[in-house]
Structures are given as C-alpha cells and as structure tokens.
Ligand binder design. Structure first.
Ligand code: GCV
Length: 727
C-alpha cells in the first residue's frame, strides 16, 4: 500500500514536471540539448529545495506587455521545474514571500519609494533584484523597462539553477555594452557560410506566415544571456534581402523577436541601388544613390519601427564598396548613416579589409586603411573590428586598431562559429580566447587601457558601443553541432553583457545550468573546458603560428599550400618556413607591424627576448635552433607543443569517460564520439605539420613526440570537396 502510494506520488510528480516543461515551456522536443542552458533540472538537494520554497510563495507580475508575460511564464516554468512544486500567480503583492516583477513605473508607491535610489544607477536594460526589508519579505525584480525585468528574471533563475543563496538580495546590474549582436552569415538559399550546425534557422520560403517555434526559442535563449540584436544575413550580402518580398519576412521575424528585446539588423550590399534599385551606379556621392538609401530606410522603418540598422562588408574579399567609385570608407559609411539617422538606426561598418593589390603585410592593412579616418565618421557609425588582424585564428594578438582610433567607436567582432578551430567537431571553450583579447592592454592611454574598456566606450567616452559574435547556430537539433559549442554562444552573451566577467565563472555556471550541479561533474569538466582552447592552439598553431589550415574550407592542416592566386591566401605566406627557420617577421626588421601598437606594446612585441612566446612566430622569423625560455630549441619546442596538444585531448577523453553517470546518454555519447574524432584529428595536425616543417628543420623529432604513421604525401593527398560552410 505504502509502495503504491509512493509510486503514485512519484508518477504524479513526473506528470507535473512533464506538463511544466511541455505545457508551459516553449520547447517542442524532449531532446536534452535542445533546451540549451535552460534545462531547469529539479534540484536534488532536499534542504536546498526547502530553503527556496520557504522563501518563494508565488509570483506577482505588474504590467501588461508581452515581455512581462514572458518573464512571468519563464519564472513560473523555471521555479516549478527546479523546485518540483506549483508556483502560483497572485494578483497583488499583499501576501508574504512573493516574487514581485515589473518595471518600476508599474510597482506600487511603497516599493517605488524603497527602490528609488537604486533605480537611478541602472541603465535602460539594467535591473535590480532586491529583498525588501519589510515584514512581507518580498523579492522584487524591477527595472526601468520591461526588458530589464526579463533580464533580471533570467539572472534570478540562473541563481537558482546554480544553487546560490537568495537571502537578502541587493543586486544591481546593467549591461556595459549597448549593441550586443549575433552576426548570422546565413544565405538566402538556406546555407550558412562557415556554419557547421546544419542549415540556416530562417525558413525564408515559409516566412512571413509560418513562425517556426524555433524563432521563439532562439529569441528566448538570446534574451536569457542578454543578447539584444541579430543580423539575419551574411556579410557577403545579397541585395534581395532589401526587396519588399524579403522585408515582409524580416518584419515577421522582428515581430517574433521584439518581446524578447531582440532587434533585427540586416547586411546592406553596397551595390544594392544598382542590383535592385535599377540605378546605374552605387556611388555614394551621387544624389540619386543617396536618395535611394533614404527611401529604402524609410520603407524598412515603416514595417519595422525598431529596426537596428545595417552591417556592411565593403571592398573586402570581392564585396562592392565605395572604393569602386574612387570614394572611401567614410563616404560609404556616412551615406548609409545619413539614411538611417532620422529613424535612430546605426551602421556597423566592418574593418575586415585586405587587398590583393596591396603588397604590404596583410596584418597591417586594416589599420593602414582605417586609422587615418579617425573622427571622420558620423555619430551613428561604429567600426566593427575582428579580435585580431588576420582572421579568427586559434590565437592572435589583439588587433592594433583597438586603441588607435580614440575618436571613433569601435565594436568587437568575435567568431563563435569555429571556422579555424575544427568546425563543430572539436571541443574548444572560446570565452577563454575572448577573455584573453578583452583583457589585453593596448596602452593607448597608458597602462590599463584594455580592449574591454575601449569597446565599453569608457576609455574614450563613446556612447555608441557594441560587440558582435559570428553565430554558431543552425537548425541542428542541438543548435550548435557540438553540445559544448553551446557554451560558446552562452559565453559570448555573458561577456557581451559584462566584458570583465571571468571565463571560468561563465563555464562554471553554464555547466551547472546545462548538465548538473554535482561537484564531481562540475570540477573535472570545468578543467576540461578551460584547458581546451590551449589544447587546440597547441595541436594546430603553437608558438604564434597562424593560418596554416587547409585553404578554402579551413579544415585540417595545409601548411604546404602555396599555389593560390593571392599570396595571402596561401599558408606558406604566414609561416615562412625555410632552412633558416620559421615565422613571420613583423618586427622592425620585417614588415614592422609591431609599430602599429602603442610604444609600450610595440617595444615588447618587437624584441624577441620580450615577445610573449605564445606570439613568438607571429612577430618573428627565428632559426630552428633558437633557444626557447624552457631551454628547448625552437624545433624541439614546437614539436613538443604539438604533442602536448594531442596529450591534452587524450586527457579530455579520460575526463569525459568518467562522467557517464552524470550526463544523459545522448549527450554523453555525442561528446564521447566527438572527442574521439578530435583526438584523431589532433594527431593528424601534429603529424602533418611536423612532417612538413621537418623538411626545413632537417632535425629528428625529440623524445616524447610520437612518430607519424603516415607520410607527408598521404596528408597532402587528403581532400574534402564538400566540407561544410564553404560556399
Ligand atoms: C563572410 C573569412 C572567412 C569568410 C568570411 C570573411 C569575413 O575570410 O573565410 O568566409 O566571409 O572572413 O569575415 O568577411
């Protein structure tokens, strides 16, 4: 009888949880990893559940907007699921122990008064989470705006998800960067440039009438980490997106995303006035062209009143731009800015440029082209600069443009999708890379002038601030291809909100929210994540090597490639290995790229003795017997680094094998298989690169480095004609 009763209770609870998730929740599939970090797993520790339930008696929401409804629903869903009990919605805040949510203007006078001084210290997207001191013991989540309330709700849920105390809360938080966007390199035909997680999420054929639940789930996930914008289409742009046919579809997406605080942006193809506007030119000095863009902006804003603006790749890798008409980046960007200004839109003008006609070191070209224009752009233009001067390598020194244009707002462009880092097959925790760049000191205004302060606008007092992440999202069931690649989306969002956050803290919370709070799981897997980025650097491009991936698709090693038409498309351009040594001399004896940094940084990089070894071959060409700090010769040190990378992946595998009992079967197996591939490919990288470089060093592999089982010819013969993402 007792057993029957317990079983009955158990099933009742199970049924309850089921309805919580699939009745109230937005997810349409039971697959664990579809739910990302919003798993809301029931808390196993009974004492903790009791502590929470004694403090949370229900929810009262003030305000009628869709955003407030979403916040209330999310809070109820999350709490019910995690506490395994019903959380009631109360009409007013009279009873004890309620969570009160609503923007400050909708709260009652008493609460308004209590929070008056705190509310002045947040911005429009910030929030306050505060326990009231009166005998009602309310917990108030409020903000200046409803979207701020939603962000506060996600913060509060994160606290419960990560099992933190909610006693006497006094949290005041605001995002440090205004424009926090994902860049989708999605094409209108559904393919995704450098996308490794399936096809594009946007089903242009079924839009505008069919709103896929995925769009809502996408917006929800982004809102939960504070992302507030999305550029829907590829920077290698198609002008058709700006035609009425597509704008109607874009509007449908914008409407779906709006309650989650996500603005829509589009890439603008510079030649659109010709391609879809029937003009003869796209010259930014031509009045008809200027008018065309003004009319286009007004047409867009009629449909999408909160349209964010344009992202533009101009005169880069074959994309059209103002230089086609003898004009410059300022002319192009300002023309578009003038068209958007009346509506409050912005132009994100990319600084990723390098020219086949410029014989100078590719790493110097963006700086040379843009820095002379400092201060010449309109107020609603922000330059979008990649984290490094080449192209999203496993490691690059920070881009010298950061700190060199104090009169111009610069936004960061990180790549979340793993174009050069093993696609979605390799486990690489990228917030480690992001943090390294954000913390880098540019010395532009003396010590402490970090990249983070530049993009936050605090160093040079800019109001327009931004950060972009090239999305790793596709229509794969788990969104990102690799279950751990979700952490890169998550981590990007968290750092976009606050660039000073520590990547370890972010990984820790992601693991707890996504998998488990069990310390036996969290601590080893945390270590695995934190070590993963360095592992990839070691087995792909140690000691400052870069861009030696096979060309085109960028998957796997190709240091031997030397036959492409443009010199800087060939890996040999970057490593410059010869009998004398290896590395790109960017010091004053070489391309002098070091001179683009502030004197303190330039001096450090320029001198081989002070140049950090992680960037050694980025800045210096050194003999094979050059002595590294650990006493090894460069050749031996390089070979040992490759081996270290392989060993690190083996350790990752060993760690994961022990995690079986903490993870659902599906994700356990997925990660297990992917790590197996990563291990094979780490060896592939090591063997192919070392065999190739050995031709020049003429030296034996040092002790401790495994001998390759294939020949260099074998590695050179490997071809991947249908590698994904390579349009
Ligand atoms: C969207 C690299 C990539 C290209 C990408 C380009 C860019 O070159 O390989 O696919 O194009 O960067 O950022 O514009």
């Amino acid at each position: 009888m007792k057993l029957q009763f317990t079983l009955f209770n158990f099933f009742q609870k199970l049924l309850f949880l089921f309805f919580c998730f699939f009745g109230i929740g937005e997810s349409t599939t039971a697959q664990e990893d579809y739910k990302l970090w919003l798993q809301y797993y029931p808390i196993e520790n009974v004492n903790l559940v009791n502590t929470y339930t004694s403090q949370i008696k229900g929810i009262t929401a003030f305000g009628e907007s869709q955003t407030i409804q979403i916040a209330q629903k999310e809070l109820q869903l999350g709490l019910q699921s995690m506490l395994s009990s019903r959380i009631n919605i109360e009409k007013n805040s009279d009873s004890k122990g309620l969570i009160v949510i609503g923007s400050i203007s909708n709260l009652d006078d008493n609460l308004k008064q209590q929070l008056a001084s705190q509310i002045t210290s947040i911005n429009n997207e910030g929030y306050i989470i505060s326990s009231t001191s009166n005998n009602k013991k309310l917990l108030v989540i409020t903000a200046k705006t409803d979207i701020g309330v939603l962000y506060g709700v996600y913060h509060f849920l994160r606290m419960i998800q990560t099992n933190q105390s909610i006693d006497n809360l006094a949290i005041i938080d605001s995002p440090k960067i205004n424009v926090r966007v994902l860049n989708h390199w999605d094409n209108l035909n559904g393919s995704v440039e450098r996308g490794y997680a399936g096809a594009s999420l946007w089903n242009w054929q079924k839009l505008p009438d069919f709103i896929d639940q995925r769009y809502i789930d996408y917006a929800r996930a982004n809102a939960s980490i504070g992302i507030n914008g999305t550029v829907l289409n590829n920077v290698n742009a198609n002008a058709l997106i700006l035609t009425p046919l597509y704008l109607e579809k874009v509007k449908a997406l914008a409407d779906a995303f709006r309650p989650y605080g996500i603005k829509v942006y589009l890439t603008a193809r510079f030649s659109a006035p010709i391609e879809i506007g029937k003009l003869k030119t796209a010259d930014p000095y031509d009045p008809a062209v200027q008018q065309w863009w003004k009319d286009k902006a007004s047409e867009i804003y009629k449909q999408i009143p909160d349209f964010g603006g344009f992202l533009v790749k101009a005169n880069s890798e074959g994309q059209p731009g103002p230089q086609n008409y003898g004009r410059n980046h300022v002319d192009g960007a300002n023309m578009l800015a003038d068209a958007l200004a009346p509506f409050g839109g912005i132009v994100m003008w990319r600084a990723f440029v390098y020219s086949e006609h410029d014989a100078d070191d590719r790493a110097k070209q963006a700086y040379s082209e843009f820095v002379p224009y400092d201060g010449k752009f309109r107020d609603n233009v922000i330059l979008q600069v990649k984290n490094g001067a080449i192209d999203f390598q496993p490691r690059e020194p920070f881009h010298p443009m950061f700190g060199a244009m104090p009169k111009t707002p610069l936004m960061m462009e990180f790549q979340i999708t793993q174009e050069y880092l093993g696609f979605s097959t390799h486990l690489v925790y990228l917030p480690k890379l992001y943090q390294e760049v954000l913390e880098a000191d540019t010395y532009s205004k003396g010590k402490g002038s970090t990249v983070a302060k530049i993009i936050e606008g605090s160093l040079d007092q800019h109001k327009l601030t931004g950060i972009a992440g090239v999305a790793n999202i596709g229509n794969d069931l788990n969104w990102t291809g690799h279950p751990f690649a979700q952490a890169n989306w998550y981590g990007f969002g968290r750092l976009a909100w606050n660039p000073s956050l520590d990547s370890e803290t972010i990984a820790n919370e992601w693991l707890r929210m996504t998998f488990s709070n069990n310390p036996n799981f969290v601590s080893p897997v945390l270590k695995m994540m934190l070590d993963s980025r360095e592992a990839v650097v070691n087995y792909m491009t140690p000691l400052g090597l870069h861009h030696i991936m096979d060309t085109g698709h960028h998957y796997g090693p190709g240091p031997w490639v030397s036959d492409l038409s443009r010199p800087e498309w060939n890996p040999v351009y970057y490593h410059k290995a010869d009998n004398n040594g290896i590395g790109f001399d960017r010091s004053s004896t070489g391309s002098n790229a070091t001179a683009q940094y502030a004197p303190e940084v330039a001096k450090q990089y320029n001198n081989v003795a002070t140049c950090p070894e992680i960037n050694l071959l980025w800045f210096h060409h050194l003999p094979w017997d050059y002595k590294l700090k650990n006493g090894e010769t460069l050749w031996n040190g390089l070979a040992l680094k490759y081996q270290e990378g392989v060993n690190q992946v083996t350790t990752m595998q060993t760690t994961w094998e022990k995690m079986k009992s903490y993870v659902d079967e599906n994700r356990f197996k997925e990660v297990q298989m992917l790590l197996h591939i990563q291990q094979k490919e780490a060896k592939w990288w090591r063997d192919a690169c070392l065999l190739y470089f050995q031709q020049f060093s003429g030296k034996e592999l040092p002790k401790g480095v495994e001998k390759p089982v294939h020949s260099l010819e074998y590695f050179k013969s490997l071809k991947f004609p249908f590698a994904p993402g390579n349009n």
